[in-house]
Design a protein around this ligand. Structure first.
Ligand SMILES: *[C@@H]1O[C@H](CO)[C@@H](O)[C@H](O)[C@H]1NC(C)=O
Ligand SMILES: *[C@@H]1O[C@H](CO)[C@@H](O)[C@H](O)[C@H]1NC(C)=O
Ligand SMILES: *[C@@H]1O[C@H](CO)[C@@H](O)[C@H](O)[C@H]1NC(C)=O
Ligand SMILES: *[C@@H]1O[C@H](CO)[C@@H](O)[C@H](O)[C@H]1NC(C)=O
Ligand SMILES: *[C@@H]1O[C@H](CO)[C@@H](O)[C@H](O)[C@H]1NC(C)=O
Ligand SMILES: *[C@@H]1O[C@H](CO)[C@@H](O)[C@H](O)[C@H]1NC(C)=O
Length: 364
């Protein structure tokens, strides 16, 4: 008890000196950080409110989003917490803040750059999102600020020790599939997948070049089984739309091949991939196994399967109890489903999360 108090006071002393009187020699006398930082990149699966601060219609900062955990619409595309919130909790970190939150300058625990609607391709929802390349440029700015505040050596070890969590790709396929599938067919599905993976690879390589070593990915979930896709493609038969699942599988296979290549090419590169497709498919096919009652229809939206994406907008319907649902809106899982996926990311076994799970990566 005594030593705990002592540590806490010492930490406060250090922290307040760093903030109030920026003094590099004092900052250097602080004990080394005991935990790894968490940097988050990607799309709405991981966005914790960045889109609140850009001019876009792709937002979730209105009711009934966010009612469960935060009790207000925080900008997360679900009723409560999203995956990075759970991962931060498991890693004993505070909630990781959105980069665009005004005045945010504390990066010691990491920061979140993810933007709902973003893709690996610059063209994906262009003008409405912070695309992955822009997220990378923000990360470089953060490194600059860290260098100024904490010096080169501490920044280098923070960046090298951090875990980089990435969810990207869904929107590169969902956009074209729901609006103009001729974009994909004009490239051929294989070439389109190569382009998406190629752009993701460029970003990973640059993150590694900046000093990042440890990466956590989720592959693409079963997009063809979302209420959105089922409603758009007018699926009346079956649980999922096969034509969508086939391109998702192409992407997921290509992602694994690429990551194995990167592991050989990039010094110190370590990674984890959640097989989000298989886990998501299992949750959707056997909801009761995971404590859900409804996996076909969304809690919030309208039209068939409540698959029209208008949760919180004009004429939407809302279920009575979101806890019973896998999907909160037409395409985004509920907090309860996110918690299950997060547990698999954190300590799933090799059949689901590999070659490492995130818990192992945090302990490296
Ligand atoms: C926000 O975007 C809308 C639609 O693209 C545009 O009409 C409006 O001028 C933009 N507002 C600002 C402040 O940039
Ligand atoms: C759809 O994409 C194709 C190929 O890129 C393009 O030629 C066509 O104009 C697009 N159609 C619409 C409605 O955007
Ligand atoms: C990245 O995507 C663009 C389209 O946004 C494409 O022209 C380019 O070839 C892609 N790059 C790689 C390395 O695949
Ligand atoms: C959608 O399905 C309904 C009934 O299942 C059918 O009447 C309608 O024509 C279909 N629409 C399209 C665009 O396929
Ligand atoms: C909502 O559903 C969950 C799970 O079925 C149940 O435990 C809870 O009591 C329900 N809440 C309400 C208010 O009905
Ligand atoms: C791995 O985890 C899954 C899901 O929890 C479980 O069904 C499976 O039996 C586990 N496999 C091993 C080898 O432990």
């Amino acid at each position: 008890m005594v030593s705990l108090r002592f540590c806490f006071c010492f930490f406060l002393f250090c922290a307040s000196n760093v903030i109030l009187i920026p003094n590099k020699s004092l900052a250097k006398t602080c004990p080394p950080r005991q935990h790894k930082a968490l940097f988050v990149f990607g799309d709405s699966l991981f966005d914790v409110g960045n889109n609140n601060y850009i001019n876009t219609t792709d937002q979730a900062n209105f009711a009934p989003y966010g009612e469960k955990f935060f009790k207000y619409p925080s900008g997360r595309f679900t009723n409560g917490r999203v995956i990075p919130d759970f991962i931060a909790e498991f890693a004993k970190l505070p909630l990781i803040q959105p980069y665009l939150f005004p005045g945010n300058r504390d990066y010691i625990d990491g920061i979140n750059f993810a933007s709902g609607g973003a893709g690996a391709l610059v063209e994906t929802n262009q003008g409405l999102v912070i695309d992955l390349k822009t997220q990378l440029s923000y990360f470089k700015r953060v490194i600059k600020v860290l260098r100024q505040e904490r010096g080169d050596a501490e920044t280098k070890s923070l960046v090298a020790g951090a875990v980089y969590l990435i969810s990207i790709g869904s929107n590169d396929y969902l956009g074209p599939l729901s609006q103009n599938s001729s974009i994909i067919s004009s490239y051929s599905p294989e070439k389109y997948v190569d382009m998406v993976i190629g752009n993701l690879t460029t970003v990973i390589k640059e993150m590694h070049n900046q000093g990042g070593r440890t990466f956590g990915f989720v592959n693409l979930g079963p997009l063809g089984c979302t209420p959105l896709v089922k409603a758009l493609l007018n699926g009346s038969e079956g649980l999922c739309r096969e034509e969508v699942s086939s391109i998702v599988n192409l992407h997921n296979t290509a992602l694994l091949v690429e990551l194995q290549k990167l592991e050989k090419q990039l010094k110190g590169f370590k990674y984890s991939v959640l097989n989000f497709y298989d886990v998501g498919f299992d949750v959707i096919s056997h909801p009761s196994k995971y404590g859900f009652k409804e996996a076909s229809e969304a809690c919030c939206g309208s039209g068939p399967y409540r698959g029209y994406y208008n949760c919180g907008g004009k004429g939407y319907e809302l279920c009575k109890n979101a806890t019973e649902y896998v999907f909160f809106d037409a395409v985004h899982p509920t907090e309860g489903a996110y918690e299950i996926f997060s547990q698999f990311i954190w300590n799933g076994n090799h059949t689901i999360t590999g070659p490492y799970n995130l818990k192992a990566l945090f302990q490296l």
